[in-house]
Ligand binder design. Structure first.
Ligand code: 48F
Length: 263
């Protein structure tokens, strides 16, 4: 077979543009391809919702690849092993309901399952702002403002593009970037005890794991939080290299949005 460079280029550009155009008007736009949003993307795709994840870095997976202090193993507890089994990730019992997973196998598997379920991941795109509109007399987050990550990191003066979404999920992890943007730019209150981003507490795995799942949900009309962002926004502790909470949070946000989308 004769290989033609221009055909390779055209194929890449056409397929990417098709994927990108398909992401301009979605039911769910998820910010950050960490474990919570990847699991959410998998369940949203399975439920038949049109969803897309924007990830600012080259590799999706967030803080899951590196295990604990670069020992590339992570822990999952009994509560979440049914989801890990559904994904097809191997795990080894460590006693008392704890299991370890190879973090590379776990991360690559959830990335793959998310995309194969129909949720596209657009990497190297940074979300820099939200669309904010009135709908039925109510202010709501109704989309995202995006730009190529290198444009942002090089501080190039290039205008971004907007995409529309019925639901936005802040899954940006520790920084909770989207909630911070909303509180910084708009005169609105989040559904938290202070009305703003309360701030993350020090490490306490047991409390942090429960807190993540309990506080996953809508924080402002149209804006949801999942994973570590939920702990930061609502003022819960971090948890270190245990991932059951992230996994359950991802599934919960997908369920909440799927139920609302049906209405
Ligand atoms: O931090 P991250 O892995 O989010 P998570 O799903 O999981 C947290 C755990 O990894 C770990 C933990 C568990 O014990 O505490 O930290 O809550 O992934 C967040 C992703 O969001 C991307 C970022 O590059 C990372 O991959 N991200 C952050 N800000 C933006 C963004 C942005 N403005 N636009 C696009 N992507």
């Amino acid at each position: 077979m004769k290989i033609d460079d221009v055909t390779i280029s055209r194929s890449v550009i056409e397929s990417y543009v098709e994927k990108f155009l398909g992401s301009l008007e979605v039911e769910v736009a998820l910010v950050g391809a960490g474990p919570s949003n990847l699991i959410a993307g998998y369940y949203l795709g399975k439920a038949g919702l049109k969803a897309v994840i924007f990830e600012s870095k080259l590799a999706p997976g967030g803080g899951m690849w590196g295990g604990g202090m670069m020992f590339n193993e992570i822990v999952v507890q009994d509560d979440a092993t049914h989801i890990v089994d559904e994904m097809g990730i191997s795990h080894r019992p460590k006693g008392n309901g704890y299991y370890t997973m190879d973090s590379v196998e776990a991360t690559s598997t959830i990335v793959s399952r998310c995309v194969k379920a129909g949720t596209a991941i657009l990497n190297l795109i940074k979300v820099t702002d939200v669309l904010f509109r009135q709908k039925a007399g109510q202010s709501r987050v109704s989309g995202l403002v995006i730009n190529w990550s290198p444009v942002e990191s090089l501080e190039l003066h290039v205008d971004p593009l907007g995409i529309s979404a019925s639901f936005v999920v802040d899954g940006t992890g520790h920084p909770a970037e989207i909630c911070r943007i909303v509180t910084r730019k708009l005169d609105v209150k989040l559904n938290t005890k202070t009305g703003g981003v309360v701030g993350e507490m020090p490490l306490w795995a047991e409390k942090g794991e429960q807190f993540t799942v309990a506080n996953t949900g809508e924080v402002f009309p149209g804006l949801y939080v999942a994973g570590m962002a939920a702990n930061n926004v609502f003022g819960g502790p971090r948890m270190g290299p245990i991932f059951g909470g992230m996994i359950l949070s991802g599934r919960k946000v997908a369920e909440l949005i799927s139920q609302k989308a049906k209405k």
